[in-house]
Design a protein around this ligand. Structure first.
Ligand code: HEC
Ligand code: HEC
Ligand code: HEC
Length: 433
């Protein structure tokens, strides 16, 4: 608690200092946008722009966050769990009362690229404006045309449940000052057009860093760009070209295939990435995906050294092997090679070596579902083993797969599994099994 308050005070103090700077300096770039026509006005948007804007909305994955489960598209009400409380997304359909019907294009630009609402209040960075700020004027014009073309939905946004001081929107001034880089995308002239396009998509609309770059205590990006980050109940792995933890042993084509279909011959996207693939990356065209792959493969990354690994005859490895043969081998296969496009391989899969293994523990305790995409509609399921395997067995089997078939990674401790079991509200094993 003490730390929360201290951190909060720090934000508010910095807010004071930064206020003038931020208010005066920041939003000029948005003057490019129309300041008269409102979203709900009857002048129809240009159909070609609407079509292109729909593609921009897919790149930005706007619908995923702005649609409640089972709710109407873009009508908001999706609750984002953050370490600071639940933040609900808003209704961004052109409804005058509950959506953005009386917003102008300039209001829209300011919200998406600068995190400012029409009433001047600041948005929480759960809305990834710190990435979208890099989106170009023309992409935003098209996106706006698309937003205007949507049918208005009347649905008032739900209240947020943030604790003090995070419930004070003004505190975001401090956050912006510390972590918001108010700059458009600047191409790197030494690099190819493809590389620049890839980086523009990753850092801008794709907001990949929102999950893949580790955060500091205030939720700002650290300098360990795309080097893997803890998510609530999981982990987004490193996606640089690092050989041990990243995409070093993936070809660019394997990256493209993963983003397009949700899987390749090694990995299968599930959880938060499964959703990103289902709603966003599967719909990107092959050129854009190839450019993203090219860019990610150009990043040197963390340079993590592989640990020594455990010997196959260590007792924990032998126990893990037994649990594996009985429970996992039918799907993950005899030598951990998985089933291409359905069940992830464990063999030489950097995703298996993530530092804490939180994502792996969560997969075994809660099970999961692979992404279902137009090109791979099966969406195979990973069953939950919480009811069947105790903490020692789960720790042993994960330690085993993390140290077999070309992998080497720290052991998973039974205490980690016990903690996750409580945190994830997973079942306890049925005794006598
Ligand atoms: C990771 C989740 C997430 C994604 C992706 C996302 N948003 Fe948001 N957005 C939010 C949240 C949460 C809020 C409300 C924040 C707040 O209340 O401070 C918000 C607020 C907004 C607002 C302000 C609305 C208002 O009434 O104040 C607009 C406009 C908006 N988003 C548009 C977009 C567009 C366009 C995209 C895609 C390019 C997008 N959002 C993608 C989470 C997201
Ligand atoms: C909402 C959070 C989130 C966002 C946004 C996100 N990712 Fe991910 N990503 C994850 C998680 C979690 C995993 C691990 C998935 C799993 O284990 O099945 C992952 C896995 C991956 C992998 C596979 C890595 C491996 O070693 O298995 C790649 C490649 C990837 N993401 C690329 C991207 C790109 C490119 C973007 C931006 C266009 C992106 N991600 C945006 C959460 C996210
Ligand atoms: C019925 C088939 C099946 C069985 C049995 C099975 N799995 Fe899985 N497993 C899958 C599928 C499909 C996925 C991909 C979907 C997902 O990640 O949720 C998966 C994913 C995983 C992941 C997440 C991989 C990642 O990229 O993050 C881990 C870890 C895992 N399984 C471990 C195990 C262990 C350990 C066992 C045995 C105790 C086991 N599985 C048994 C089908 C199975």
């Amino acid at each position: 608690m003490k730390r929360t308050i201290m951190a909060g005070l720090a934000i508010v103090v910095v807010a004071g200092i930064g206020a003038a700077l931020y208010i005066n300096g920041s939003t000029r770039a948005d003057d490019i946008a129309d300041n008269q026509l409102q979203a709900s006005d009857s002048t129809p948007p240009d159909p070609a722009q609407v079509r292109q804007g729909a593609y921009i909305a897919v790149q930005g994955d706007c619908a995923a966050c702005h649609t409640a489960p089972g709710g109407k598209a873009f009508a908001g009400g999706y609750g984002l769990q953050t370490p600071f409380g639940v933040i609900n997304s808003t209704n961004i359909t052109p409804d005058r009362q509950t959506g953005i019907g009386n917003w102008t294009e300039r209001d829209f630009f300011r919200a998406v690229r600068h995190g400012k609402r029409k009433d001047g209040q600041l948005l929480y960075p759960a809305m990834p404006y710190n990435a979208y700020v890099q989106m170009s004027d023309s992409d935003l014009h098209d996106l706006w045309a698309y937003m205007r073309s949507l049918a208005p939905v009347s649905q008032a946004p739900a209240a947020n449940t943030l604790g003090f001081p995070y419930d004070i929107r003004l505190a975001m001034l401090g956050w912006n000052l510390l972590f918001f880089k108010n700059a458009a995308y600047v191409p790197v002239p030494e690099q190819s057009a493809q590389w620049n396009r890839g980086r523009y998509l990753v850092d801008g609309a794709g907001h990949c860093a929102a999950c893949h770059t580790p955060k500091n205590a205030l939720g700002g990006d650290t300098g360990a760009y795309l080097q893997g980050a803890a998510l609530l109940g999981g982990h987004a792995p490193e996606i640089t070209n690092d050989a041990h933890l990243g995409l070093g042993n993936w070809s660019a084509e394997q990256v493209r295939q993963y983003l397009k279909t949700g899987s390749n011959d090694t990995a299968v996207a599930a959880g938060a990435m499964g959703e990103a693939v289902e709603h966003s990356t599967q719909y990107l065209n092959d050129t854009d995906l190839a450019d993203i792959a090219l860019y990610l493969k150009s990043l040197p990354g963390s340079g993590t050294q592989a640990p020594a690994g455990l010997a196959a005859n260590a007792p924990v490895m032998q126990r893990g092997a037994r649990v594996y043969e009985t429970n996992c081998m039918a799907c993950h296969n005899v030598r951990g090679e998985g089933i291409g496009g359905m069940v992830p391989a464990f063999a030489d899969n950097s995703g298996m070596r993530t530092p804490g293994g939180a994502n792996l523990i969560s997969a075994v305790l809660k099970g999961g579902r692979a992404a279902a995409t137009d090109s791979n509609i099966t969406a195979a399921g990973m069953p939950s083993f919480a009811w069947k395997l105790n903490d020692t067995d789960i720790a042993a089997v994960l330690t085993y797969v993390r140290n077999s078939w070309g992998n080497a990674a720290p052991a998973v401790a039974p205490a980690q599994v016990a903690k996750a079991r409580t945190a994830l509200k997973a079942d306890t094993p049925i005794s006598g099994l």
